[in-house]
Design a protein around this ligand. Structure first.
Ligand code: PHE
Length: 466
């Protein structure tokens, strides 16, 4: 099996794929939306702290595990835990990750489908007209599009098919080539919009909203959500980075690559917020549903540019692609589990698992207004988790990923031999000196205690979730 494992062509291959996994709807759709729900300021600051203190070390831990074991998450834990404390029990972390990947992909692909709808609207020449009137755009999105079961399910299934297609044809071929061209283009548009947003009258308000923290009424629940969002956005806690690490060459530097990915990913989310909130404050947009921000703010500005309709269409093509490089990494975790542990071939693993996830995702697709039972099903008793879609997002992003990440940190910090961890980190990088001790402290103490304390306070101290 080992010989068949593909490898990235050098460090850039890994960075592109891992950044492709990290950068996606989590940055462009979800971060602005949860920031809006949690009133900015303190939330953004905690998010940044979570990326530095918890995200960076755990991403390094995942890549170390993957590159060391050269296996899927489940296999990795059973191989590396042999003869160590806890033994095979650690495989549970791998299963938890496969479960999280399954759940996230099922609803993520619904949102990814929305981008396809926008591309289609742009091709038909309808998007520019809608975007010319923010009210009409919101109305279309909420009342026609989300409420249409047929459309929600169709776009979701088309996106799942695209994901399955990309994974079906192997690691390098599918993803790497396109990522090289389209990711920089997405960055260029975002930077352009950033420059534009500094000229708007709402820019100052946006900066105050995002960066002036008010810790007064911060709930532990918002802290959990910020941490959950960091895990979600960095693709951590479920083995995606572990799987990509398993394709990483030994001559590539883990710490440097991980640092670059963390910076790129956080920049993308924060810039997206600066742009979207500048637009919201400038045009005094009333956001009735936070989850639609990406789809109702940027179009209103892009459409005013010369060749606005073309730029608008192109922008959603790029977002769709950013989403695809993320769904591919989610699919990769689930199918490489079936390949390595169930002995299926890649084609079978991808087709079967992809079909099951696609079918399960129909429940989320119908829970956004099309079917009232699914829309009202509230699994966690929290107001904003109403509906299958939000309940699954809440479960996976705020619980499964942080718990998975906590266990990964404990495994690398306490269970693996320190000399092995150091060896893997220094391979391709060179001696780390005191950097290694810092990372080790982060993995042994900081990350587990931070995540553990939040979970503890919510479960045992009954801290209210909003
Ligand atoms: N990080 C991706 C995004 O921000 C989502 C994702 C989560 C991908 C977990 C893989 C694993 O869009």
């Amino acid at each position: 099996m080992q010989q068949q494992r593909g490898q990235w062509s050098g460090r850039l291959g890994f960075i592109l794929a891992a950044a492709g996994s990290a950068i996606g709807l989590g940055n462009l759709w979800k971060f602005p939306y949860v920031t809006h729900q949690n009133e900015g300021g303190a939330f953004v600051l905690i998010y940044i702290a979570a990326v530095i203190l918890v995200g960076f070390p755990i991403m390094a831990a995942e890549v170390i595990l993957g590159r060391r074991a050269q296996h899927s998450p489940v296999g990795t834990f059973s191989i590396l835990s042999r003869g160590r404390p806890g033994g095979r029990l650690w495989s549970a972390v791998g299963f938890l990750g496969v479960g999280a990947g399954f759940i996230i992909l099922s609803y993520y692909s619904v949102v990814a489908g929305w981008t396809l709808h926008y591309v289609l609207l742009a091709l038909q020449g309808k998007l520019a007209t809608l975007a010319g009137d923010p009210g009409a755009l919101q109305d279309h999105f909420l009342n026609e599009f989300l409420a249409s079961g047929t459309q929600q399910v169709s776009y979701h299934l088309v996106f799942m098919a695209a994901t399955v297609g990309a994974v079906y044809f192997g690691v390098k071929n599918g993803i790497e080539r396109v990522a090289k061209v389209l990711m920089p283009l997405l960055f260029a548009i975002i930077l352009f919009l950033l420059v534009y947003s500094t000229t708007t009258s709402g820019f100052g308000d946006a900066m105050r909203f995002l960066f002036r923290p008010n810790f007064g009424d911060l709930e532990p629940s918002a802290i959990l959500e910020a941490v959950g969002q960091a895990f979600f956005s960095l693709s951590l806690g479920m083995g995606a980075m572990l799987t990509y690490g398993s394709y990483m060459q030994k001559k590539s530097s883990i710490p440097r690559s991980v640092l670059e990915i963390c910076i790129l990913d956080s920049a993308m989310g924060i810039l997206a917020c600066v742009i979207m909130f500048s637009i919201i404050f400038t045009f005094d947009l009333e956001i009735t549903q936070s989850a639609t921000i990406l789809f109702t703010t940027l179009p209103t500005v892009l459409v005013q540019l010369p060749l606005g309709d073309v730029v608008l269409g192109l922008f959603f093509v790029l977002v769709a692609f950013a989403a695809l490089t993320s769904t591919v990494s989610l699919m990769e975790v689930v199918s490489s589990f079936a390949i390595d542990e169930l002995g299926w071939n890649r084609q079978r693993a991808t087709l079967v698992m992809g079909s099951v996830i696609g079918a399960f995702g129909v429940l989320s697709a119908l829970s956004l207004g099309a079917n009232s039972t699914l829309s009202e099903l509230n699994l966690f008793g929290k107001e904003s988790t109403g509906g299958v879609f939000s309940s699954l997002d809440y479960l996976a992003a705020n619980w499964m990923l942080p718990v998975g990440g906590l266990l990964i940190a404990v495994f690398v910090g306490w269970v693996l031999k320190s000399s092995d961890v150091r060896d893997e980190l220094e391979t391709g990088h060179g001696p780390l000196g005191s950097m290694f001790s810092m990372l080790r402290v982060a993995l042994r103490y900081v990350a587990p205690i931070a995540v553990g304390a939040i979970i503890f306070s919510i479960i045992f101290l009954g801290a209210e979730y909003q």
